[in-house]
Write a protein of this length. Structure first.
Length: 344
């Protein structure tokens, strides 16, 4: 059996060849008390055959050793007050801090790179000057439940695809889909369309994807670039998550107005899930039905959140900090920043 070769063990010439094949890129990860899994995250990054020019850990004042371990691994850290974190504004801050790279790879602390060429495969597509953003495949984490695993297998299939800006409306609401757990953005394009929103409950990735498509940039799904990332939500958490998704679409209704609605994707998901569970976990079918009901009810209430009192909105939400935090000022864009001209 051929021995595994880590990126740091590649011959110098081979490493230079790999690095020349991809644009200059940075890896950015917001963190908060990353815990024991942080060791796996750092180890998987160290094993990549294409090294990022910079790695930024933007930490929300963790109480554990997250920052110390990142610094020990040689990565840059930027600590912010926990109360100032926002899914959009914090990532926008990172985009401005990483001013000397072409591509920004955003990850979450629980998304573990699943192959040594994952970063290279994700970033390589940016040699095409029409690509604005791309996201990789998410695989179920080891030990995932059948319900948890199906969600990843359905939403992140084995075949890559591309969403040309000129065909975006034919894809419906799936067109601007990206993932904040593992996605990459052409920095100049991201800033040219206004970047991430300064105050959003979640789905800052879809917001940016929609703006990029409207700006004429293509999006891509790169199935050859995998991470392990999934969640075993209970019914209450599923409701809260979809309530927050509904809140996002209530606040950013222009996205559904521009790209359309789900067009039957929910029904396709349920049918696929039932087939998957019949083969892999029939005992979980009742639980899956409860999860589906929680999603539908949560999303419907989230869409109507403006009719609800603030105290109830906070109780129904998973992202409770959002309802307590003041609306941050947008991060100012550098005046010298000129967007890259997109070829016709």
């Amino acid at each position: 059996m051929q021995a595994e070769v880590l990126a740091g063990e590649l011959p110098v010439q081979a490493q230079k060849t790999v690095e020349a094949a991809v644009p200059r890129f940075a890896v950015i990860v917001p963190t908060l008390n990353a815990g024991p899994a942080w060791h796996d995250w750092l180890a998987a990054l160290a094993q990549q055959d294409s090294r990022p020019q910079r790695v930024l850990v933007i930490d929300s004042s963790s109480n554990d050793d997250t920052v110390a371990e990142a610094r020990a691994a040689g990565h840059e850290t930027h600590v912010i007050a926990r109360s100032t974190f926002n899914h959009g504004a914090t990532r926008q801050l990172a985009a401005h801090l990483m001013h000397d790279v072409d591509v920004l790879v955003y990850m979450t602390q629980d998304a573990i790179l699943a192959a040594p060429d994952a970063l290279r495969m994700l970033v390589a597509g940016f040699r095409d000057p029409t690509l604005g953003a791309a996201y990789g495949r998410q695989l179920p984490r080891p030990g995932a439940t059948p319900i948890e695993a199906h969600a990843r297998l359905f939403n992140y299939p084995a075949c890559s695809h591309r969403v040309p800006a000129s065909e975006a409306t034919t894809w419906g609401i799936k067109a601007p889909f990206l993932s904040n757990s593992f996605s990459a953005y052409r920095r100049a394009a991201l800033l040219a369309v206004g970047g991430f929103p300064s105050h959003t409950i979640q789905s800052e990735d879809m917001f940016a994807g929609a703006r990029l498509l409207q700006g004429g940039w293509d999006l891509a799904y790169v199935a050859e670039s995998p991470v392990y990332h999934s969640h075993d939500y209970d019914v209450r958490q599923e409701f809260q998550r979809y309530f927050d998704i509904g809140v996002f679409h209530s606040n950013e209704s222009w996205i559904r107005d521009s790209f359309g609605h789900a067009r039957g994707e929910g029904l396709k998901f349920v049918r696929s899930e039932m087939r998957h569970l019949l083969r892999n976990g029939p005992a979980q079918i009742p639980a899956a039905c409860m999860h589906t009901a929680a999603k539908v009810l949560g999303f419907a209430l989230g869409l109507r959140q403006q009719r609800l009192p603030q105290t109830l909105r906070r109780r129904l939400s998973m992202q409770k900090y959002f309802w307590d935090a003041p609306v941050p000022e947008p991060v100012a864009e550098p005046q010298a920043e000129l967007p890259r001209v997109r070829s016709a």
